[in-house]
Design a protein around this ligand. Structure first.
Ligand SMILES: [Cu+2]
Length: 587
């Protein structure tokens, strides 16, 4: 099998061109990670196997090259990549009669939560959304909506919403070797909730592959974009969508956050974790354009850092999820000095420590001050918990189980839920956290009555106050200004073609149990050759203006100075005093 950058076909069998390789017992599969099919490094990690199999396949760091495995027991083997955890490959091993044995509940506990002891292999594969190599498969398994499904919120937002529609196919969009690579950026007008335009990578000189996450500069005339299956970031002119520059930063860059610190010489510098390496880089956007000015490790040893955040307001500390440290799924959460890059504290997974046991493949962080304390919320992919950290005291406060089995149990890991919590930002008004829960299946759960959902966490109690159903493949969430005050949580879903909009507090009483999905916006725009992938792949999401404390004020300060475009001036004029300076949220 080749590991690839192709959505739904990330492990591609050379025998049948699909992510399901069918072999006989005792046969070997070579997993190839090379320039044929991917622009970065990966792992080949065996997650699910038949009960009696002794096979172990895993690596302690991201790799290129060939990884081989010989299959000892008939049955279904599920592989993932620990760098890009939704990359899914299947090896189905036939028994002596040529049949693939059923998948049992002790191999995959999820099945037990459906009330079954075992299920046919084909039944299990038919519900796995990441296994969708063709447009026909995607149309069947993914959550593809029509224009009649669209719901426009009654209250408009302010500004623009930038969305990485990472799986959208673009004809002739190729890497430097000429291999097709997916992904666009879809821009939604927050006033009308219409798709304003789409940006593709045709002019990126091959440095565009699975565009994953974005941030903007303070004047909001530039958007920076990462390419998670490549090694580059792009600098994009916001108004024209023109790609101004693309530079190499290292393997599998994830998210971008600028340093907001007032008075700092590093204000505006980009920080970018590299998920197939151990470091983050600092990138300056100066007179000569983008330039790497520093590179520092995000922990001790191997790290594979992903979606970080800087402390709201001061920006003096950076909280980084290190997805995996070696063999297995143990990760860590680091607190760094944002200026020196020094690691001040690293919480490493420890099965004997009740607070650190759940730090298994942490993927993303949200951070804001809550009642004067800098608090971080970290989503752990494998354990299904959100870890709450006091960033000032550098202490873990609590772990909140956010994933749910089909029969409604919480506190169970990925093998029971087949769900992964991903982005988990704190609202700019600091009252709520919205955590995106991605389901790997088409099976609903008994709490949200949907496959995918967002949980709303009250930051005063750190308890879940709402489970809100969202479209298939929910991955990204971020907060943008609601016209007249307050914030919307904008939600992306990688296996759907829509943006969901959540109002965390429609009756404005400061409490979240009335949180509701108030909008569903189609991200399709009829792009030629995109087919069923039009508007799909929603991952990184950046509402502009950037509403969090520390990032909104520099833009507001520039209003009326002639530096901002007329469009940005207009956005800023629509913000309430509270939205312009969310430092004292008054809750
Ligand atoms: Cu990968």
């Amino acid at each position: 099998m080749n590991l690839t950058d192709d959505p739904g076909n990330w492990f591609k069998s050379r025998n049948n061109g699909t992510p399901v390789s069918i072999i006989k017992r005792g046969e070997r599969v070579d997993f190839k990670i090379d320039g044929c099919c991917t622009n970065t490094r990966h792992t080949v990690t065996l997650l699910i196997k038949p009960r009696n199999s002794k096979l172990i396949v895993d690596q302690d760091q991201s790799k290129s090259g060939t990884i081989s495995a010989t299959f000892d027991v008939p049955g279904v083997y599920v592989f993932i990549c620990k760098v890009h955890p939704y990359m899914t490959g299947i090896v189905a091993v036939k028994d002596a009669n040529g049949n693939i044995p059923d998948v049992t509940a002790d191999s995959l506990p999820f099945i037990g939560h459906l009330g079954a002891a075992s299920l046919p292999a084909n039944t299990v594969l038919s519900v796995l959304r990441p296994v969708a190599p063709t447009d026909t498969d995607k149309a069947a398994k993914w959550d593809i909506r029509k224009s009649t499904d669209q719901i426009i919120p009654k209250t408009p937002g302010v500004g623009e919403i930038w969305i990485n529609t990472q799986f959208e196919r673009v004809a002739k969009q190729r890497d430097e070797k000429g291999t097709p690579k997916p992904g666009t950026i879809t821009v939604v007008d927050a006033k009308t909730f219409a798709v304003e335009r789409e940006i593709n990578g045709l002019t990126a000189g091959g440095k565009w592959n699975n565009p994953h996450n974005m941030w903007a500069n303070f004047t909001l005339d530039t958007v920076y974009n990462t390419n998670w299956f490549g090694t580059w970031i792009n600098k994009i002119d916001r108004q024209t969508g023109k790609i101004l520059q693309s530079i190499d930063v290292g393997e599998a860059p994830t998210h971008i956050v600028t340093i907001p610190t007032p008075g700092s010489s590093e204000r505006g510098i980009l920080t970018v974790p590299l998920s197939a390496e151990n470091n983050f880089v600092k990138v300056e956007d100066g007179v000569d354009g983008l330039k790497i000015i520093d590179e520092e490790p995000t922990g001790e040893g191997r790290n594979h850092p992903h979606g970080h955040w800087l402390t709201c307001g001061r920006g003096d500390r950076m909280v980084v999820p290190n997805v995996f440290k070696g063999m297995g799924v143990a990760g860590s959460i680091s607190i760094l000095d944002a200026f020196t890059g020094n690691v001040l504290k690293e919480f490493v997974q420890d099965s004997d420590d009740p607070l650190r046991s759940v730090i298994q493949m942490p993927l993303a962080v949200g951070e804001c001050h809550v009642n004067g304390i800098s608090k971080a919320y970290v989503a752990n992919a494998v354990s299904g918990y959100v870890t709450v950290i006091d960033v000032d005291a550098m202490q873990i406060l609590k772990n909140i189980p956010v994933t749910v089995t089909p029969d409604g149990q919480t506190g169970k890991d990925i093998l029971h839920t087949l769900q992964v919590p991903i982005q988990t930002p704190v609202s700019s008004g600091e009252r709520f956290v919205a955590t995106a829960i991605l389901s790997l299946t088409t099976v609903p759960n008994a709490k949200s009555n949907s496959t995918d959902y967002v949980v709303i966490i009250d930051t005063a109690t750190d308890e879940i106050v709402a489970y809100l159903p969202t479209p298939g493949g929910t991955h990204g969430v971020n907060w943008g200004a609601k016209l007249g005050g307050g914030y919307y949580a904008y939600v992306t879903s990688q296996f759907a073609n829509v943006l969901a909009i959540i109002d965390p507090d429609p009756n404005n009483d400061g409490k979240g149990p009335d949180a509701a999905v108030v909008g569903t916006i189609l991200l399709t725009n009829g792009s030629k050759d995109a087919g069923v992938t039009d508007g799909t792949g929603g991952q990184g999401i950046k509402p502009l203006p950037i509403t969090h404390d520390g990032w909104i004020q520099p833009t507001v300060e520039l209003a009326g100075t002639g530096v901002l475009s007329a469009e940005v001036e207009n956005w800023i004029s629509q913000l309430t005093p509270q939205q312009k300076n969310p430092v004292d949220s008054g809750h």
